[in-house]
Ligand binder design. Sequence first.
Ligand SMILES: *Cc1c(COP(=O)(O)O)cnc(C)c1O
Length: 366
Amino acid sequence: MKNKIIEYENLHNVNKSFSKEFQFKFKDVLESGWFILGSQVDEFEKEFASYNNIKYCCGVASGLDALILALKALQLNPGSEVIVPSNTYIATILSIIRNGLTPILVEPDIKTYNIDPARIEEKITLKTSAIIVVHLYGKVCDMDPITNICKHYSLKLVEDCAQAHGAKYKGKFAGTFGDFGAFSFYPTKNLGALGDGGALITNNEFLDRKIRMLRNYGSNKKYYNEIVGYNSRLDEIQAAFLNVKLKYLNEINAHKRELAKLYQQELKNEFIKPELDDNYYDVYHIFNIRHTKRNIIKEYLLENNIKTEIHYPVPPNKQLAMKGVIDHYSCPVSDEIHDTTLSLPISFSHTTDDIMRVIDVINKFR
Ligand SMILES: *Cc1c(COP(=O)(O)O)cnc(C)c1O
């Protein structure tokens, strides 16, 4: 028992309970002979929009594509500036660069790890056209001040919800505060497919129509191309699997929240835990702790057969690919998070016993 390996995440185990339903769906799609933009994608788009209490959802090929197409559809001035958190996965920043726009980094709040609303206004210039917020680890950003800033300065707002399916702020779903909510269905996400996938949600009919064209060669009618588009469609087979899993998203999130509650209650306070606040419904895509001896704790846990991850070891502004782009930024708060954060096991297939063992071992760290 003591030596059973506790993995960080095992995608076979995570999907095991859905396997029968997946097989039925696979058979349906195979027998339909329709593999691109069919009834499964239609159904998923309707159901995911309805889940989020929003009018429109359009499936695309990945989370990165969702972000790229969102900025494209907003038709921002070429070369204009887009405000983005310094503490994010690189995809968010790539979407800005891929649109020929300039990323302007804003430091996070050390308590929430999300963009610090108090530090946004000082970065706004005449060239600022939009803000992309990232609801990191499954906690929605502090949206009231952010939406106020967007209104006051007439800025577009895109939400990177790749880690926040079903997360809420003051009862409102992640992805429903601005012009677009961008989702990824990468297999490890709370709503994960069996391959790549993504989606954009919006209340704006014009923007939804634009995305539908952009994802499909600029066309809404076969062989008639209105705009210069892409090929970035959500696969029919992935949509079929997502239709199975969406029905269990609340259960997946509730399970992760139950495991998070154990960590919150039982882990010693020496390990800095995520903030709790009644205004937020966090879905814990990641449960992190922070500690100055992070690397030693990671090794110690591994010796005790407990695997962990670091999200993320290198911040975007220090990535090789970002040389000459955003490497002139100094981001001490983001650095502090990257140097001290450690992600603990918290998947749908982990049991409360697994988590109690992790807690027991961590609490014995000296
Ligand atoms: C996973 C992720 C993405 C990218 O999603 P893909 O589907 O892998 O392209 C973007 N932003 C954040 C914050 C993510 O965690």
